[in-house]
Design a protein around this ligand. Structure first.
Ligand code: URA
Length: 279
């Protein structure tokens, strides 16, 4: 059985290291002193491939990141291959989750709702938990809240296929009650692993449970939204959950203001939306 805690801890270390590199990159100081030549993040589709940085990579210096040069190791229980610091591809993370029985929701769910979208999406959306429609179809945000989320994403110039959409927990709580702490705790290593695998530049946290889980706070969404929060080098923008916006349409203006900050930050990072965002 794979040690999920250790993998989680290692995944967090990778996140921190990546955050540092991103900050250096943003500051234009890619060259780090001495040591072995660094390699870029491993392609999730080809985790064992030795990537060649070449000269067009933007990484013109050398860096001492010995850990990234360690050999790859096979995972005992799945036979899959993973990289030294626990970074696994999305299919590997899904395989590891298996037919999960780590919490009591496994007794009532119809489907495990893992996530949908691009495996290298720069933009990730994290909601709370699957509802009835999602549980039936095995896909996040396909009910009424999902329709509104789709509109929000399209208005930003993106699509369900070009971003990544998931929830803090993968199974529907009975009657759509709030996720309980033990359920969030059981699923969190897999949320962490998805974040590490996809390595988004920005995460939009939809609603208080998602924002609180991602940021380790219990502050209300109204206190968190409207500004970026750093999470190991990844920017997190908390905003209102689309289900809340369906009940309180007057708050759509605030949510759109949050999403415009996300669009501006993506543009600042040089990441182009595949579609045409609404002005
Ligand atoms: N609400 C969520 O938070 N997630 C879903 O997938 C659907 C509704």
């Amino acid at each position: 059985m794979l040690d999920v805690d250790l993998a989680d801890e290692l995944a967090e270390l990778v996140g921190q290291l990546r955050g540092q590199l991103l900050r250096h990159h943003a500051a234009g100081t890619w060259a780090a002193p001495g040591g072995a030549t660094a390699r870029p993040a491993v392609d999730p589709e080809h985790p064992t491939a030795q990537a060649d940085l070449g000269t067009g990579s933007g990484f013109t210096g050398t860096a001492s990141i010995a850990a990234l040069d360690a050999p790859v190791e096979p995972i005992e229980d799945t036979g899959a291959v993973r990289t030294p610091l626990g970074r696994r591809s999305l299919p590997q993370v899904r395989a590891e989750l298996g037919e999960c029985t780590r919490c009591k929701l496994s007794g009532t769910r119809k489907s495990i709702v893992f996530g949908v979208g691009a495996e290298d999406a720069p933009l990730m959306f994290v909601g709370e938990a699957p509802g009835e429609q999602e549980d039936k179809r095995g896909e996040p945000f396909v009910g009424p809240a999902g329709e509104l989320l789709d509109k929000m994403i399209i208005a930003m110039g993106w699509s369900r296929q070009s971003v990544y959409i998931n929830n803090i927990i993968c199974c529907r709580p009975p009657g759509n009650r709030n996720p309980q702490p033990d359920e969030v705790a059981a699923c969190k290593p897999f949320l962490e692993a998805r974040i590490t695998a996809i390595a988004p530049r920005i995460i939009v946290a939809l609603g208080r449970p998602a924002a609180n889980t991602l940021l380790g706070t219990d502050a209300p969404i109204s206190a968190l939204r409207g500004k970026f929060h750093d999470r190991n080098g990844i920017k997190v923008m908390p905003t209102f959950h689309p289900a809340y916006l369906l009940r309180e349409p007057d708050r759509k203006r605030d949510a759109w203001a949050d999403l415009k900050l996300v669009m501006a930050e993506l543009a600042r990072l040089g990441i182009q939306a595949p579609g045409t965002p609404r002005a």
